[in-house]
Each structure stands twice: as C-alpha cells, then as structure tokens.
Design a protein around this ligand. Structure first.
Ligand code: IMP
Length: 232
C-alpha cells in the first residue's frame, strides 16, 4: 500500500484518480520542512522521514507558486506567505510586472527504501537523515544540482542518475509545472492562490476540479509518477 503523506485528504482523492483502486491511502504525518530555494530537497527530506515513520512506500508532495519577475517568490515559502501576507498582497507585489508571468510547481518525492533504475526523473541521494543534526545541506542533492530558472522551472530537468553519493534512502522525484500569470482575483473555486493564477484565459478558481486537475502542476506530476509506479 502506498501512503500519500499529507494533512489534506483532497490531495489523496486527486492521487486516486491516477493510481489503481485501493492502492493509495492517506498518511496524516507532519514531516519537518527544511528551508531550501527548491522544492525537491524539501520533499525528499520529508519522504525519508515519512518512510522511516511508515516503514513502507510513501509519496510526499511539495508545491508552490513561482513568480518570474520576483525571482521565483514566494516559491517554497508559498504556504507561509499565504498565511502571513495573503494572496491579495502577493497580487499587489506582482502588479508592476509586465505580464506577471508565474508558474505553479509540484514535486512528488517517492521513497520505499530501495534504489532506482535510471530514468529521466531525478533521484535525490543526499543523506539528510544524518546531516540533519548539522543542519540542512543540499549540496549532494541531484535535485539541487539541476539549475532553476527565474520562474522556478528546472533548467536541467533531464537529470539522469548521478554516480557518487551513496545513501541508504534514495528518493525519486517527479515534477509537474503549469505556466500562467498573476491577475486580479477571479472565481470562487479551488484554494490557496487559485483566484489570482490565470492559465489559458481562466483562473484556477474559475475552473472546476476536473479541469484544473487536467492541467495542474500536481496532476502532471501525478501522471508521471503513476506511469513509473505501474512498472515498479
Ligand atoms: P503544499 O506544498 O501543497 O502545502 O502547497 C504550498 C502552498 O502552495 C499552499 O499553501 C498553497 O498556498 C500553494 N498551492 C499549492 N498548490 C496550489 C494550487 O493548486 N492552487 C493554489 N495554491 C496552491
């Protein structure tokens, strides 16, 4: 049984649309979120911690909104910024920007205690379990090695398996990305930044769940993961 590590049951329902019936269940576990400018190391660290807690296969997801003209802000800090500034003030920060291009990104991190055969999706091999005492260090992260564009997308998403570091708990990463722009609030559906994020002429808050899932960062990452997981 795969455990989707989240406090949000809605994410599990979304994952169920991509995975075989009864193959995934929620693990309501609050893992430690390290600070990093990228989602990969945060999700990977969470997946190791959750695997040690669950003792079986786990999937952690970390997501955020990356505004190109603000150097990717709020990025991995999206949750904190939403709670402190709120989405209206994020919209105001983006107002002077021409086009206000942005992207939602989601990284899924899978850990089952085993290694992985090579595939285009990167593997995080940093041993933060032991590094945690000394503070986070992402220098050995495959995800950390791929460059990040201003909108938060990976400049080198085709990372193949790196030789080098050995870690008892490698973590496989799957990334999903959806481009859009920041606009004045529209729509009443969705959650988080959905009302100010426009994709293909509609805000995410104007789309119903099915339409949003079909294009969303999380849906795209889940589709990649599900295809790979079916082979595993
Ligand atoms: P989390 O990693 O899924 O908890 O997401 C971090 C933050 O990013 C959330 O608190 C939301 O503010 C934002 N976020 C992530 N995904 C979405 C989305 O699909 N729509 C709107 N906001 C999102």
């Amino acid at each position: 049984m795969l455990r989707y590590v989240t406090t949000n049951p809605g994410k599990v329902r979304e994952a169920e649309q991509y995975l075989a019936d009864g193959s995934v269940e929620q693990l309501d576990f609050d893992y430690t979120e390290i600070q990093s400018p990228e989602l990969g190391p945060i999700a990977a660290r969470g997946a190791r911690e959750a695997y040690r807690e669950a003792g079986g296969p786990v999937l952690v997801d970390d997501a955020g909104l990356f505004i190109e003209g603000l150097d990717g802000f709020p990025g991995p800090y999206s949750s904190y910024v939403q709670e402190t500034l709120g989405i209206e003030r994020v919209r105001e920060l983006a107002r002077p920007l021409e086009n206000a291009r942005a992207a939602f990104r989601c990284t899924l991190a899978y850990c089952d205690g085993e290694g992985f055969a090579a595939s285009p999706d990167p593997v995080d091999r940093a041993d933060r379990g032991t590094a945690a005492a000394a503070g986070p260090d992402d220098s050995a992260s495959d995800a950390g090695r791929t460059g990040t564009n201003a909108d938060g997308t990976n400049a080198d998403a085709a990372g193949t398996e790196p030789a080098g570091e050995t870690d008892p708990l490698p973590v496989k990463l799957f990334e999903g990305y959806v481009p859009g722009r920041i606009v004045d609030r529209r729509g009443s559906g969705g959650f988080g930044y959905d009302p100010i994020f426009e994709h293909a002429g509609e805000t995410f808050a104007e789309m119903d769940t099915e339409r949003k899932n079909a294009v969303s960062h999380r849906g795209r990452a889940l589709a990649k993961f599900a295809e790979w997981y079916a082979e595993r």
